[in-house]
Design a protein around this ligand. Structure first.
Ligand code: FE
Ligand code: FE
Length: 166
């Protein structure tokens, strides 16, 4: 078996997150439609637009690598998205829906954060400055989205989700 290197790991991981981002791009409009509060809808819509840019940045990374932009099935994101869909179904019409949507969206952001954190480090160590910069930009937007979601949860969705009897 040929020896595999950090370069191989790097390319595989770029393919993983490329697949994941495109799945997220499909999931976000569904989450925006499902959200009850206008603020949460707007947050999902805004992040959908950012996610389009994340996909474009990854295409730039493939270009820098001289490789075709191709995804690799990421079961982790499939699972996270499936759980989100379950929440949409199970909590439809309930006051806890938005809190649930926020929790699943944060799981997505954290998956992305871990991937981009690793990719940025590897790109830097592989001397791929340009790619490292692209990952850093996306990482900043994922982290900002995570913070926005936390704020929306604490300020309204979680409060609304608490049972009146509590
Ligand atoms: Fe993203
Ligand atoms: Fe994201």
């Amino acid at each position: 078996m040929a020896e595999k290197t950090l370069e191989d790991l790097f390319l595989d991981t770029v393919k993983d997150i490329y697949y994941a981002e495109r799945q997220v791009l499909k999931a976000l409009p569904k989450m925006a439609r499902a959200a009850q509060s206008e603020e949460l809808k707007a947050a999902f819509q805004k992040h959908k637009e950012e996610t389009e840019v994340h996909v474009e940045r990854l295409q730039q990374v493939f270009e820098l690598l001289g490789k075709p932009a191709r995804g690799k099935t990421c079961e982790a994101i499939q699972g996270i998205i499936a759980e989100g869909e379950e929440i949409i179904e199970d909590f439809k019409g309930s006051p806890a829906l938005d809190a649930g949507l926020i929790s699943s969206a944060q799981a997505v952001e954290h998956y992305e954060i871990t991937r981009y954190g690793t990719l940025k480090t590897w790109a830097t160590q592989l001397g791929m400055k340009e790619a490292a910069k692209l990952f850093e930009q996306t990482l900043g937007e994922e982290s900002a989205t995570d913070a926005t979601l936390s704020k929306l949860g604490v300020a309204s969705a979680n409060v609304k989700a608490k049972s009146k009897a509590a």
